[in-house]
Design a binder for this molecule. Structure first.
Ligand code: XMP
Length: 512
């Protein structure tokens, strides 16, 4: 792999994703990992990420110079660039000049290898206080910026290069070209990481893990479990049984998608448990969000365990498939010591004490790779491109207690919003589009000649990279207008539609 050495900023995952987008496999390791351990992973190259510290701060993470002595190519970014400069005999200075945001880059007379493809005066994304004031001996300086006398350097024959700016972010328009030049021309890495290979590798790995044992998988309706199960099915076919607990809190058409489209696309054996009644009974009269989550989590586990016991009695299950993704592995420490930056509220997930061994075929993959896999495996588009959806489903999008009538009202409003978003071709421009029913609020309206006293519905379209932060999506007003008109026309109980224009933080994506 290309090892992305994480210096503690949020950028490491983005770098790892960009490397994969260049068709090269990458993994993230913490900067605290001993170099010998990194080398034991046979890296084809290192990329040193940005980080929040100044190299001068007490306790600032440094690079062990041994990392550069193993003959493995290395690319430094921002903090990683400065740490690299220092480790190799260059100088880093407190310039007193902070540079933040889009910055014009002045290319040197010699652009070297990595900046070769750039247009004159490209804009790059900067975020730094310190700056490299002298490149290490033997390095060519290929660019500067107003706040960084040395904004890029390289020693291609030694496999080394670095940049002060962030090539991995979208705000550096030519960033991906720069990463590619490093990977292909300096590190001489072959671009062999693609969907075909991922599938072949995983299928082989699953077969060797599972042998002829029987395997169980819980489908949620989401893309992760669907792709995980499809991969396992491709590997071991009939040894897989899936269970789908229909808790009655899904959106319009989603249960059918799992029960029909998915099964016909994959041929997977599916046991459907219709548990709507049970969930609604347990939720009756409950309006506190955390109570709702607890009840749904508890009921889900009970229902799933019962179903698992039934399948087990028939075929003796040894393995359970989980759709764990790489960001979860990295963020929960991943056994590599990375700081835990996210606490998961995986409500609607499975207990960790089930007596099965785990199969996690997506453990090394990012979401976009999972989607590409899903398409390659022939899954329905609606499932592959489904927006993230919380385990507790529509129950946490009804503000107030949950019952079937309210669910049906919300389902229609939500369906309209999704239809119009799709019709406008905007599905992939928003991260999520919760539609929330304020079931305990009423407002006065007028429809036809009559006064109405109905409920408001909130539209909450958001843009995000990872759900940790988000901004409200600036959807075109005519799309919002169309959704509003249709909802108030087609859903009798709703007489008002409002748009949530709060970012996260301070708001969360969901209302509960
Ligand atoms: P918030 O509302 O915290 O949501 O900004 C962040 C992301 O998590 C999803 N979410 C949940 N997912 N169980 C889940 O499986 C939950 O209880 C839950 N609550 C929120 C939310 O949809 C968003 O993608």
């Amino acid at each position: 792999p290309v090892l992305v050495v994480d210096f503690g900023a949020q950028y490491a995952q983005l770098i790892a994703r960009r490397v994969r987008e260049a068709d090269v496999y990458s993994e993230i390791v913490p900067h605290t990992m001993p170099v010998s351990e990194m080398l034991a992973r046979n890296p084809v190259a290192f990329i040193l990420s940005g980080g929040p510290s100044s190299v001068y701060e007490a306790g600032a993470p440094q690079v062990d110079p041994a990392l550069f002595e193993a003959g493995v190519p290395a690319f430094g970014i921002c903090y990683g660039f400065q740490a690299m400069a220092r480790a190799l005999g260059g100088e880093v200075a407190h310039t007193g000049q902070r540079e933040f945001g889009g910055t014009p880059l002045r290319l040197g007379g010699d652009r070297g290898v990595i900046l070769r493809d750039l247009p004159a005066a490209p804009s790059v994304w900067m975020s730094h206080g310190d700056a490299v004031s002298a490149a290490p001996p033997g390095f060519t300086v290929t660019a500067s910026s107003p706040g960084a006398p040395v904004a890029a350097f390289e020693a291609p024959e030694r496999g080394l290069a670095g940049v002060q700016f962030h090539p991995e972010v979208g705000h550096t328009p030519n960033g991906q070209d720069i990463l590619r030049r490093f990977l292909y021309d300096i590190a001489k890495v072959e671009p062999t990481w693609n969907t075909r290979n991922i599938i072949d590798d995983q299928v082989a790995a699953i077969r060797s893990t599972v042998g002829d044992a029987q395997v169980l998988c819980a489908l949620s309706g989401g893309v992760d479990s669907a792709v995980a199960a499809a991969l396992v099915h491709k590997a071991i076919g009939d040894q897989l049984t899936c269970v789908f607990v229909d808790h009655g809190l899904l959106r319009a058409g989603e249960a059918e998608q799992v029960e029909k489209d998915y099964v016909s696309a994959t041929g997977i054996r599916l046991k459907v448990v219709d548990a709507e009644e049970r969930f609604l009974k347990a939720l009756a009269g409950v309006s506190d969000p955390e109570q709702k989550r607890k009840i749904i989590g508890r009921e889900f586990i009970r229902v799933f365990e019962q179903a698992a016991r039934e399948v087990d009695a028939e075929r003796h299950i040894e393995f359970l498939v989980q759709g764990t993704l790489y960001p979860d592995v990295v963020e929960s420490g991943g056994g590599t010591g990375t700081a835990n930056i996210k606490s998961h509220h995986n409500v609607g997930g499975l207990p960790d004490d089930l007596k099965f061994q785990l199969v996690e075929p997506l453990r090394t993959l990012f979401k976009d790779e999972v989607r590409a896999l899903g398409s390659a495996l022939g899954l329905p588009d609606g499932m592959v491109w489904r927006h993230p959806f919380p385990g507790p489903g529509l129950a946490i999008r009804i503000i107030g207690s949950v019952d079937r009538e309210r669910l049906d009202v919300l389902r229609v409003a939500d369906k309209i919003a999704r239809e119009e978003l799709t019709a406008a071709g905007l599905d992939r421009d928003v991260w999520q589009f919760p539609v929330v029913l304020l079931a305990d609020v009423r407002s006065v309206g007028v429809q036809g000649d009559g006064r109405t006293y109905g409920h408001p519905v909130v539209l909450r379209p958001v843009s995000s990279e990872d759900a940790m932060t988000a901004d409200w999506s600036r959807l075109p007003f005519d799309v919002i207008a169309k959704i509003s008109t249709r909802i108030t026309n087609e859903v009798r109980e709703v007489n008002r539609v409002v748009l949530d224009v709060t970012s996260k933080p301070p708001g969360t994506i969901e209302w509960e």
